[in-house]
Design a protein around this ligand. Structure first.
Ligand SMILES: Nc1ncnc2c1ncn2[C@@H]1O[C@H](COP(=O)(O)OP(=O)(O)O)[C@@H](O)[C@H]1O
Ligand SMILES: [Mg+2]
Length: 258
């Protein structure tokens, strides 16, 4: 399924996200959840979306998450991505406890270290492709002079340079998701979170997106991807299976990427 036409081949030499000093080396863990539960409370019902989750993700690891609809996959990603805080339990994000982080601090960690990719692309319709990709850089307060260069580079990585001035509605689904990948990586995040990124794509476009994720992983990015497609999650180094908010199974890849 690896196609020769992949734009991911234009990626530069790896820049792994490895710990730079002895203290950081003590923690090879990028993400660590301990006894994490999350309850959604609405008017009448409480839903236990995450039920005592215990998991960690190593720096530079590629983890896939599978499970039936409603099993808590999106909730888990939103906790990992600092969008939602657990109701109980602890979450360490790159060695830092997150429980006491103020909302603004969580937002800052997100903009500096996390890229998100969603099933439905989530591009902003009245911004051009280049403007969509530039957004995370303005949140991260990157100087305007540097933005243009980094947007161009990110669009190059996903093979969308020729559509920089188009609007999302003028693109196919596969192209829109490429732009969403560019937006997710333009700020060079340590962690890439993808929620069924190939769910709305035909198999050829799905494979192209999967190749991009694998190429980004090869550069050192830690990746957590929710997938309904076992052919894709099998390409991860580890697969976690969720059921009713619990991790019920875990498989380690045999190292052979087919
Ligand atoms: N914002 C919310 N408010 C209340 N319940 C929610 C909310 N988001 C998700 N849920 C519930 O939490 C459970 C897990 O949902 P979700 O994480 O979206 O599952 P998945 O992504 O595996 O389909 C489901 O029962 C869902 O209905
Ligand atoms: Mg979901």
């Amino acid at each position: 399924m690896m196609t020769d036409s992949s734009p991911a081949r234009s990626l530069q030499a790896p820049a792994p996200d490895v710990p730079q000093n002895a203290a950081a080396c003590a923690s090879a863990e990028a993400l660590a959840l301990r006894d994490v539960s999350l309850v959604y409370s609405t008017d009448k019902i409480e839903t236990l979306a995450l039920d005592n989750i215990h998991m960690s993700v190593r720096r530079g690891e590629f983890v896939a998450i599978e499970g039936p609809s409603g099993s808590g996959k999106t909730t888990l990603l939103s906790v990992l991505g600092l969008l939602d805080a657990p109701t109980s339990g602890s979450y360490h994000f790159f060695g830092e406890a997150t429980e006491r982080l103020a909302r603004r601090e969580r937002a800052r960690r997100r903009s500096q270290r996390i890229g998100f990719i969603f099933q439905d692309f989530n591009l902003i319709g009245d911004l051009s492709v280049a403007e969509n990709v530039e957004l995370p850089l303005s949140y991260a307060r990157v100087a305007a002079s540097e933005r243009r260069e980094r947007v161009a580079q990110a669009l190059g990585i996903v093979g969308m340079t020729h559509r920089a001035d188009h609007f999302p509605s003028q693109l196919s689904g596969g192209q829109q998701q490429r732009v969403a990948v560019a937006r997710a990586v333009v700020a060079e995040p340590s962690l890439l979170l993808a929620d069924e990124p190939t769910g709305n794509l035909d198999s050829r476009n799905g494979e192209a997106i999967m190749e991009l994720l694998l190429a980004l992983h090869a550069r050192g990015t830690t990746v957590c991807m929710v997938s309904h497609n076992p052919a894709f999650s099998r390409l991860a180094q580890r697969v976690l299976y969720l059921s009713d908010g619990q991790i019920t199974k875990e498989t380690i890849a045999d190292g052979v990427r087919r």
